[in-house]
Every structure is written in C-alpha cells, then in structure tokens.
Design a protein around this ligand. Structure first.
Ligand code: ATP
Ligand code: MG
Length: 158
C-alpha cells in the first residue's frame, strides 16, 4: 500500500508513547514533508514494533529514545537510538541472527525469543531495504533500516 511514511511512523511512535510504563523520553527528528512509500504496512509495523520494544526493554529509567528519518536520494533511512546497556563489540551484527541473544541471563529476565530482529531483517530485505545496528556498551544502541523511496513519485501525482 502507498502510505505517507511520516504519518505512519508518527502514529506508531504515538502508540508507544501512550502505553510505555518507563520514564523514557521520546525525541523525534522526523521531517514534516510527505514521504510516500509503497510498503506492506503490517510488516513494517512489525519491524518498528520490535525495534522500539527492544529500545524500551534495554533503556534505563530517565533515558532518551531518538527517532529519526533521513531522506536520501533513493531511499529513506530510519533510525532508532537508545541510551541502554548496548551490545558488546563484535556481536552487533549477530543480533539479526535467529535466536541470538547477547546475555542469556539478562535476556531470560527480560523475556522474548530472540527472533524479533531476524524477522525484521527478512521483512526489510523483502522490501528491498537494508538493516544494521551500531552500538557501544554502556552508551547505547542505534538500529537503522532503509526503505526504497522515489522522490519523483509525488510530482507524478500533481
Ligand atoms: P523477541 O524480539 O523475539 O521478543 P529479543 O528482543 O530478545 O526477543 P531480538 O529483538 O531479535 O530478540 O534481539 C536479539 C538480541 O539483541 C536481544 O536479545 C538483545 O540481546 C540484543 N538487542 C536487541 N536490541 C537491543 C538494544 N536496543 N539494546 C541492547 N541490546 C539489544
Ligand atoms: Mg525484540
């Protein structure tokens, strides 16, 4: 379906803003422009739900989560940054593997199956995008993904 990604993303963030139980502040760096993309909204909702719930799950009380949309020549780059525990160096790419979890004891306590990001990766790839993360232990994690975007699409409709 064709959707305006900025509206779509803002609504998902709003839903988390209303239901979150921790004191975590949301910061949005999202352009005001319409950004029409052709996506499977259920699947990209699932991708965002997992990334945002991970960010909340690993955030400390009083932390910030920053939501960003970067418009590039042929794609939009979405990023979600937290100030949580982070991921050890060398393991950042493994978090997209099935059942991979950084610290078994910690993960067991926080719940989950370790499938969320593996599924997210499949769904982003199915859209022709990419997904990756950057992290520093004790500082935080940023998860990025891209979705193909044609800025000329909007002009064609005018
Ligand atoms: P599920 O998503 O299936 O409920 P999960 O959240 O443990 O379980 P993934 O979302 O695939 O699984 O994440 C895999 C692992 O990557 C997590 O168990 C955690 O160790 C690590 N991880 C993911 N996101 C973050 C984050 N924002 N900060 C720190 N560690 C993270
Ligand atoms: Mg998860």
């Amino acid at each position: 379906d064709w959707v305006n990604f900025t509206d779509f993303f803002n609504k998902i963030i709003e839903r988390f803003e209303m239901t979150k139980s921790q004191h975590v502040t949301f910061i949005k760096k999202i352009p005001k422009d319409d950004l029409y993309v052709d996506i499977d909204t259920d699947k990209i909702t699932q991708v965002l739900d997992n990334i945002i719930s991970n960010a909340l799950k690993y955030s400390p009380e009083g932390g910030h989560i920053t939501f960003k949309v970067n418009v590039l020549p042929a794609e939009i780059e979405i990023s979600i940054r937290d100030e949580g525990v982070g991921i050890p160096k060398g393991e950042v790419n493994k978090i997209f593997d099935r059942f991979y979890r950084v610290d078994k004891a910690r993960s067991r306590k926080l719940g989950g199956t370790g499938l969320g990001l593996a599924i997210a990766k499949e769904m982003v790839y199915a859209h022709g995008g990419d997904i990756w993360a950057k992290s520093k232990e004790g500082v935080g994690t940023t998860v990025y993904f891209t979705i193909p975007y044609n800025p000329e699409q909007e002009d064609e409709w005018e």
